[in-house]
Design a protein around this ligand. Structure first.
Ligand code: ADP
Ligand code: MG
Length: 647
């Protein structure tokens, strides 16, 4: 692709005061195009993004001064300064954070380091409103400033270094870099507003945007602007250059619940998550005693888009005594709760806690265990008390709960209670607890069917006998269901059974086990079918589970179903055991009865019609399982022979 990636020319020789012109990495150009041309709906988020970068830079510096001996003596005067020039339509955003050196400027503001940004590009819908919400989620934040500026200058000096650098760009093809001056470490970003951006060259508007998105940023944000003040002596208003703090700058989660309003919680959520929608729920907990910590967890209304990507962004930030420590620690919550956003603030962890320490830290392990319990318990109470709201949650996260059943043995019981299922007995979704209350008198197990889309499962011949006996069957049509539920034997004290597995359940046996003499009289036909199908089947036997269909296929308890085999193969697994299915036939079905009559005594291996019938009974059972035929041509030929015969 035309442009060389700037990363390859990072360490170019010295500048001698001459500007160096560089091109953006191709993805950056692409992204800028998109940002400038299609993401106009919320241009105000540029300020949230730049302030959050400044706040990140301050967090990083604070962390350094607290943990690294070489930086201990450094002064730390954290603040973020916005300076407005209404006449010239410019705004600067300055921080006293960690700063960037030449190399940082080139790689952080000239390339896309985060794999998340590629995901961002892939996720774009073309709907400007939705797409602009993605900006925050994927952390392509800095570039969003080009929505409102046609020229951006960044002057930065990295902590511990004396040189400063200026990065300048019009956001089109590339940027310039040159040496610059800056008194102290930190970063100043100068925006020259474009037409779209001029509305922000207004102090009132700026204050409004800061309050909206950045009120709970932990550092003070000051705005310097020309304030109109009434001059009583001269009876006119004067412009007075004024600096005022615009945000509350409090660690809101440390305040008592009683002092906080819903709006406080929602606002904090938006500022930490980059989501512009209100969260579904939040759970705020203050633990005192053995361990002191505060947690504030949020459930986003829409599942984060990167949920199923290996590089998903962690949504919970770790603080120690209100000091930000890290926001990418996967240890904070189990993976299946990766949709949770929020804050864990501990009094007991050391400030210099490293990633390695986190992994085996007892304090964190206890906080994590308690947090998971808390989240699941809160969800359970919502499920009980706010059914409608809970279904909104389920619509987004049911599958994640299943992951939990699979991976979190300690919380399996409650997770099973939280999951919702489709069923043959109710519209919509149901819980296992409800299924239990609907069980027939004397019913021993709870049943489910897996392997394929809902429409296929609902018409499966395997369901017939359950319908006839009025036994509820759960329709597990999610791809992960078979993997998850094959590992779950019981709900409460009740067995959970897949109806497409061979062993027949106690609930069917009583009145449907074929009479011994039926089995005896069927034998010649069974033998014949077996001979015809050869090694494609494990066995052919009379069925106890069919009512209206002539045949079905089943697998042994421990064997993967056909869909599961297909899925594993699609996932690239090579050596999938291909267990053979067992063909079951329905002794009460017309076809079987007629075949039996025909075969009675007179069955010969070369009876072409029974031969065809054997295959057609097998193929139709496969088709109903959603498995494509191995030899469609042969199927059609047989069909035609049988038709010819019967017309
Ligand atoms: P993100 O914040 O998600 O990493 P951004 O596009 O907002 O993505 O910023 C890109 C990178 O540029 C940041 O990760 C950071 O390394 C650097 N950066 C941006 N603004 C600042 C700043 N004010 N001080 C120091 N580094 C910054
Ligand atoms: Mg950012």
């Amino acid at each position: 692709m035309g442009h060389p990636a700037v990363t390859t020319q990072r360490f170019s020789p010295s500048y001698n005061g001459i500007m160096s012109k560089r091109e953006f990495q191709t993805e950056v150009s692409q992204l800028l195009q998109l940002i400038v041309h299609s993401l106009y709906s919320h241009p105000e988020i540029f300020l949230r993004e730049l302030i959050s970068n400044a706040s990140d830079a301050l967090d990083k510096l604070r962390h350094l001064t607290l943990t690294d001996a070489a930086y201990k003596a450094l002064p730390f005067n954290p603040r973020i300064d916005l300076e407005l020039d209404e006449q010239n339509h410019t705004l600067t955003i300055a921080d006293t954070g960690i700063g960037m050196n030449e190399e940082d400027l080139i790689s952080h503001l000239g390339t896309i380091a985060r794999s998340g940004t590629k995901n961002f590009l892939a996720q774009l819908s073309g709907d400007a409103k939705k797409d602009s919400n993605l900006i925050g989620q994927f952390g392509v934040g800095f570039y969003s400033a080009f929505m409102v500026a046609d020229r951006i200058e960044v002057v930065s000096r990295k902590v511990g270094e004396d040189k400063a650098w200026r990065w300048i760009s019009d956001g089109k093809t590339g940027f310039d870099i040159e040496p610059a001056e800056r008194d102290v470490a930190g970063t100043t970003i100068l925006l020259h507003f474009n037409e779209e951006g001029k509305q922000y060259a207004n102090s009132w508007r700026l204050q409004q945007v800061v309050k909206k998105y950045s009120n709970h940023i932990a550092f003070p944000i000051f705005l310097t602007y020309d304030k109109s003040e009434w001059n009583e002596a001269e009876k006119k208003s004067d412009k007075v250059r004024t600096t005022e703090q615009v945000n509350a700058a409090s660690a809101l989660w440390r305040r008592p619940k009683s002092e906080l309003t819903d709006d406080d919680y929602k606002e904090l959520y938006k500022s930490i998550s980059g989501d512009s929608q209100d969260p579904l729920f939040w759970f705020h907990t203050r633990a005192e005693g053995n361990l002191d910590y505060t947690t504030l967890f949020y459930i986003p209304a829409k599942a984060p888009l990167d949920l199923y990507q290996p590089e998903y962004k962690v949504g919970v930030k770790l603080y120690v005594k209100r000091v930000f420590i890290m926001d990418d620690a996967r240890e904070l919550l189990p993976q299946y709760l990766r949709f949770v956003r929020g804050i864990i603030d501990s009094e007991d962890l050391p400030l210099n806690v490293s990633r390695e320490i986190l992994q085996q830290n007892r304090v964190l392990a206890s906080i994590r265990t308690a947090s998971v319990k808390k989240i699941l318990a809160e969800l359970k109470s919502i499920a009980a008390n706010q059914r409608e709201k809970y279904l909104e949650f389920i619509a987004q996260y049911n599958r994640l709960l299943k992951e939990g059943v699979y991976s979190d043995f300690a919380n399996r019981e409650i997770l099973l209670d939280l999951i919702r299922f489709k069923s043959t007995k109710v519209e919509g979704l149901t819980s296992l607890a409800d299924v239990k209350t609907r069980m027939n008198a004397g019913q021993k197990s709870i049943y489910y069917i897996t392997g394929g889309p809902e429409s296929l499962l609902r018409t499966s011949p395997l369901l017939e006998i359950y319908k006839k006996k009025d036994i509820e069957v759960l329709i597990l049509d999610d791809e992960v269901d078979e993997i998850v539920f094959s590992g779950v034997d019981k709900y409460d004290d009740i067995d959970l059974k897949a109806i497409n597995k061979a062993s027949t359940s106690d609930d069917l046996k009583d009145d449907t086990t074929p009479e011994a003499d039926t089995a005896e009289s069927l034998k010649p036909l069974l033998d014949h079918l077996k001979a015809a199908l050869g090694d494609r089947v494990k066995d052919v036997r009379p069925s106890v589970r069919l009512a209206d269909s002539p045949s079905c296929i089943v697998f042994d308890e421990e064997e993967p179903s056909l869909q599961m085999q297909q899925m594993l193969r699609a996932m690239g697994q090579k050596d999938i055991p291909a267990p053979k299915p067992t063909l079951e036939i329905n002794p009460d079905h017309e076809i079987v009865k007629k075949l039996l009559a025909r075969s009675n005594g007179a069955l010969t291996p070369d009876d072409a019609l029974t031969q065809d019938a054997a295959w057609m009974l097998f193929d139709q059972a496969l088709l109903l399982e959603g498995v494509p035929l191995q030899d469609p041509a042969a199927f059609v030929q047989r069909l035609n022979r049988v038709l010819t015969h019967s017309i």
